[in-house]
Design a protein around this ligand. Sequence first.
Ligand code: 5GP
Ligand code: ZN
Length: 142
Amino acid sequence: MAEKDPNCIFCKIVSGELGAEKVYEDDEVLAFLDIHPSSRGHTLLIPKQHYDGLLSTPPEMLQTLVAALPKVASAVVTGTGAEGFNVLQSNGPCSGQMVFHIHFHIVPRNSGDGIGLGFRSALGGPIEDDLSKTAEAVRAAF
Ligand code: 5GP
Ligand code: ZN
């Protein structure tokens, strides 16, 4: 796992090669505004080291990120006056991941803002699932 990927946009933001509206940083993590925000204050929280997704990020780094998450989210919510927020973390192109440097989206939310969560619509959709068979397959994969 490279500490820095020369082709990675977020590594370039960490190094200062690319600009960003930074809102928080410490020795290990950085938070900055998403350049294409879903709502005002949409923020990305990343480790300063490069890992491409959740499964390749060491547990210690995940602990550091998750510990920073409520601190950053609290400031985002207070600073924007939002009523709440979503946290989203995507893995793989099929999930919508576009930047392969692990990140958590913090998306400020307000009642009636009309922002949808795409995957939630599957709950009312055509997916047929045998829950017990699916659960068995997942249990067997541990
Ligand atoms: P993903 O789809 O990978 O979970 O989300 C990547 C996010 O990074 C997108 O929401 C996109 O708008 C944001 N993004 C992509 N390039 C840049 C950039 O150069 N600067 C900033 N601030 N955000 C970026
Ligand atoms: Zn990177």
